[in-house]
Design a protein around this ligand. Structure first.
Ligand code: 3MF
Ligand code: MG
Length: 343
């Protein structure tokens, strides 16, 4: 048994489509995914606004509320919680040069409208926070937006969200690039600083994704630790990533076992599980995986977390402390390698 509660977003099960080629697997309807997630033992679902209410921009506020209530009834049927709602702003053509940092006022207003609707949906589903992955908040063409004013516009957008609902919390999910070329706020440090610049820093936090830290050449363990030390860690997206390149969302530990061990260790050591928070998965099946194996990357990621928890339980800090006193750092390396490589 794991000590953690797990959450997953419907996008974790996808068709294998990428920018260079068509789908390699059939799409699975949302309701079927939710049923399967419940059967697999997930505790909560993460939603984009348009996962919860498809075609949200074409619907009235009444319609959005009605559809969110239907979804809440479905979740209750399966005894599932909603962890968060995230406005999927990067999908609309009008946000091609940013949403909260859109250079055209009507586009920015629409981004705010969708975010207010995400907060409404979160309230109906019982989610305590929204997640903002700042997918296109940066530049493709550096001169299209004046950077200082535009970053201030981003802070103003956050303030308006905090004013719209006095209880909602906001987690920023930073990523250095892709789809935007140059992000304005690509690291956990940026995300925390943005929160601290708002009118209510106590309601601002971060979601740390392992792959996003690796993509910028940083260690996900230390990003998690940094967020925990600042009391800012609202959620995580565990996955893995082969180096500084396009986002891969591989299963946890598939590329860097030692980092994965340390990520789980920092979560265990900080009592993340006792705070009622979820370990969120953001993993994709490889494009080469066939339809009948559409969910295995999720089951495997949870299995790996449990195995790493066993390793964390075996880890003895006193042993390491002795080696540190003796200046025998070579022995620490071997202690960890033996821990990870033997039963
Ligand atoms: C992209 C991501 C996103 C976010 C999700 C929730 C599609 O790299 O990580 O996954 O996690 O949109 O905000
Ligand atoms: Mg993510």
């Amino acid at each position: 048994m794991s000590r953690f509660k797990f959450s997953v977003g419907p996008w974790n099960v996808a068709s294998g489509v990428d920018v260079y080629g068509p789908p390699t697997r059939d799409e699975i309807p949302m309701k079927e995914k939710i049923k399967k997630f419940a059967e697999m033992g997930f505790d909560a679902i993460q939603f984009h606004d348009d996962d919860a209410v498809p075609d949200i921009s074409s619907k009235s506020e009444e319609q959005i509320i009605a559809e969110a209530k239907e979804l809440k009834a479905l979740l209750d049927e399966y005894n599932l919680e909603a962890e968060f709602v995230a406005p999927r702003l990067w999908f609309e053509p009008q946000f091609k040069d940013g949403a909260y940092t859109a250079p055209i006022k009507e586009n920015w207003e629409h981004a705010m409208w969708r975010t207010y609707r995400s907060i409404d949906i979160a309230n109906i589903l019982g989610a305590k926070f929204i997640v903002l992955w700042l997918a296109r908040e940066g530049t493709l063409c550096m001169e299209s937006k004046p950077p200082v004013e535009t970053i201030q516009q981003l802070t103003k957008s956050l303030n308006l969200m905090l004013e719209y609902d006095e209880n909602i919390k906001i987690a920023i999910e930073p990523k250095p690039n892709e789809p935007i070329d140059r992000s304005y706020a690509g690291t956990v440090g940026h995300a925390i600083a943005l929160g601290n610049a708002t009118i209510d820093p106590d309601r601002m936090g971060v979601l740390v994704e392992s792959a996003h830290s690796t993509m910028v050449g940083l260690e996900a363990t230390h990003d998690l630790a940094f967020a925990i030390a600042q009391n800012k860690l609202l959620s995580v997206h565990i996955n893995d990533q082969n180096g500084i390149k396009y986002d891969q969302d591989k299963i946890f530990a598939a590329e860097n076992l030692r980092s994965a061990f340390n990520q789980i260790k920092v979560l265990c050591d900080s009592d993340y599980d006792k705070e009622g928070k979820y370990v969120g998965l953001d993993v994709k099946a490889m494009r080469s995986t066939s339809f009948e194996h559409s969910y295995e990357h999720l089951a495997n990621t949870i299995k790996v977390v449990k195995m790493l928890e066993d390793k964390v339980d075996k880890f003895d800090q006193a042993v390491v402390d002795e080696y540190v006193k003796d200046g025998n750092y070579e022995a620490i390396e071997m202690y960890i390698l033996e821990l990870l490589l033997t039963k």
